[in-house]
Design a binder for this molecule. Structure first.
Ligand code: AGP
Length: 610
């Protein structure tokens, strides 16, 4: 939702903070700002718009000092504007805070503070923290105690960082919900919402837990818990390199991440599969006996990860013969689900910080249900709070529109289904070997689809002005249709909807008129004939039809206006291939429409508020 950074050391804080914010901009880009302490004085610069606007302001009005905090915002309370940009200061402008999350009781706190004479400068929820903390400090509480006292008054989710003239050599921070990571340097120390902002400076990190208060100086890092007891630092080494965060020669991170998929899936296959038989999972969190006793799985996730969960349902039912339900996280955590002893919950998340999904995990654990999570970001909150974790190994995904994480989720689900199906004797070694051999060929087949990139760019040009788009599919490719629609709508802003192809005649077909674009996924398989009859229904009403078909299909050209061919693949693995043209189509339409592909409006990469 937002990105926060902090620095104290021997470098010019402004430069370090801007580098960090640039790596976090994918978390929100409605406004940005920094605050530093220079010669004991607080300075603040903040600006509506993307980080570029702040950098331009700082070029003309730089801030000195080797200690500071920074923020890049995804607006929740108060429209994007200069005055609602973070950092926010107290009434005396001696203290500044940056905040990621939501203070749910801010109105009550604001009224209380205004009655006590505080004057607010913004419409945000975050500003109450600056005034509250200033009050506790002026009451004589030492900074860590003042922060704990402030923390105890706040309801909601927050990762906060603070600098002040009261403590000119120290950055303080507190975490309750959204992530916060300490970066350990030599003669300098860092804070950030995630490790992407730290890679340029250090690989040694400490993940801050909920309820912990951090005190950072250039030479010392101390952490205390809610009871003000010191906490031992669990230092971890980040494996990623900063160049993993670079988009290289690609115009956008999204395009780079689409083209990374073949290599990535090949690497994942090699690292997890041996002899086309043995599948390695380091930490599933359940013993083979426990896995064997499970008969029901509830998958909960959001957005693209939810679509992967829907594919996972088909895979786990087909290969493991489990009962599988799939919920969007924001529904799961409020429906008081019936979860019994034979049930586990599976969370799927790229970021590992999605508040809805995290809340779902906590709901499951409150009912003593084991949780296995498929997560891309190691050390993320979902990673650390799950009983078992299957890391996606997709590397940092910077583009807000998820692509490589989706296919990495799919391959993880296929491998889990093979492993689990064999454990439960629902699938034999020969069948597993057959699927694994098919899976091993996916990267090369993906490469063949990516070779159609120019053709897809030309196709996108024919539809860049469309107002509505339909995506339809059946079985394993009903979720793919949903995913294709989400990709297009979230980066091109065209109204796009995915439907089960069989559902069109139950209402949606009323929307089809002359030239309405419809993408139909008609790969060779058990649902081909039925989906082609749905295509005919659309055609009869004047729709413009783009069909994804299997190479060698000579029938489809009679009905479709455009055909995108994919290599032959077993139906169970087909989403790994059918999604790729849809990713490229969405990408090129968005580029042709002049949209900000990597940072689409109103969105953020990691939705850390409910
Ligand atoms: C996908 O393209 C979107 N950016 C969004 O729907 C995303 O999948 C969703 O917010 C879930 O994120 P997560 O996988 O990090 O939990």
């Amino acid at each position: 939702m937002c990105g926060i950074v902090g620095y104290v050391g021997n470098k010019v804080a402004q430069s370090v903070l801007l580098v960090g914010l640039e790596k976090l901009e994918y978390r929100g880009y409605d406004s940005a700002g920094i605050a530093t302490i220079h010669h004991g004085e607080l300075g603040v610069r903040k600006k509506e718009g993307k980080l570029r606007q702040l950098a331009d302001l700082l070029a003309s009005q730089p801030l000195g000092g080797t200690i500071g905090i920074g923020h890049t915002r995804w607006a929740t309370h108060g429209e994007p504007s200069d005055r609602n940009a973070h950092p926010h200061t107290d009434g005396d402008d001696r203290l500044a805070i940056v905040h990621n999350g939501v203070i749910e009781n801010y109105l009550q706190l604001r009224e209380e503070l205004e009655r006590a004479g505080h004057v607010f400068k913004s419409e945000t929820d975050s500003e109450v923290v600056a005034h509250l903390l200033a009050d506790y400090l002026s009451d004589g509480l030492p900074p860590q105690r003042a922060l704990l006292a402030t923390y105890s008054r706040l309801d909601g989710y927050f990762a906060l960082a603070v600098v002040s003239e009261h403590f000119p050599d120290t950055v303080y921070a507190v975490r309750q919900g959204p992530p916060l990571v300490i970066g350990l340097g030599e003669g300098e120390n860092f804070l950030a919402s995630d490790t992407n902002a730290l890679l340029r400076f250090t690989r040694r990190v400490v993940f801050v837990e909920d309820g912990q208060v951090v005190e950072l100086t250039r030479d010392r890092v101390t952490v205390i818990d809610r009871e003000a007891q010191p906490v031992e630092l669990a230092v971890r080494e980040i494996k990623l390199d900063d160049q993993d965060l670079d988009k290289g020669d690609y115009a956008h991170y999204m395009l780079k991440e689409i083209f990374e998929q073949p290599r990535l899936l090949g690497d994942i296959f090699v690292s997890r599969v041996a002899n086309h038989r043995d599948i390695a999972f380091a930490n599933l969190g359940l013993t083979p006996q426990e896995l064997n006793s499970v008969s029901r799985v509830v998958i909960q996730a959001a957005g693209t990860s939810w679509h992967a969960g829907l594919v996972g349902k088909y895979l786990l039912e087909h290969y493991v013969r489990l009962h599988v339900e799939v919920d969007v996280s924001s529904e799961f955590r409020y429906r008081n689900p019936v979860l019994g002893g034979d049930t586990i919950v599976m969370a799927i998340s790229q970021s590992g910080e999605t508040a809805d999904t995290l809340a779902g995990i906590r709901e499951a654990k409150s009912k003593f249900i084991k949780v296995i999570s498929l997560v891309n970001v190691e050390g993320s909150t979902i990673d650390r709070e799950s009983d078992g974790v299957l890391h996606l190994m997709a590397g940092p995904e910077i583009g807000v529109a998820s692509t490589k994480a989706f296919t990495a989720q799919l391959i993880a689900l296929v491998l889990l289904a093979m492993h689990w199906g064999r454990l439960k004797y629902a699938i034999d070694d020969d069948a597993v070997r057959k699927v694994l051999r098919e899976l091993e060929q996916i990267p090369a087949k993906m490469e063949r689809i990516l070779e159609q990139n120019d053709a897809l760019r030309r196709l996108a040009a024919e539809f860049a002005d469309a107002k509505d788009f339909f995506f339809i599919g059946r079985g394993y490719n009903y979720p793919t249709a949903l995913e294709g629609a989400l990709k297009l709508k979230e980066i091109s802003y065209i109204h796009a909807t995915g439907y089960p192809a069989g559902e069109l005649k139950h209402g949606p077909i009323a929307l089809i008129e002359s030239d309405t674009p419809v993408v139909a996924i008609c790969n060779a398989g058990p649902t081909y004939a039925k989906t082609m009859s749905n295509v005919a229904e659309v055609r009869a009403r004047g729709g413009r039809i783009i069909v994804l078909a299997t190479e060698g299909d000579t029938e489809v050209g009679r009905t479709a206006d455009h055909v995108i061919f994919i290599p032959p693949v077993i139906d169970e693995l087909s989403p790994l291939l059918t999604v790729v043209p849809l990713q490229l189509l969405a990408y090129h339409v968005a580029v042709l429409r002049g949209c900000d592909v990597d940072r689409p409006r109103n969105l953020a990469k990691s939705v850390t508020v409910e």
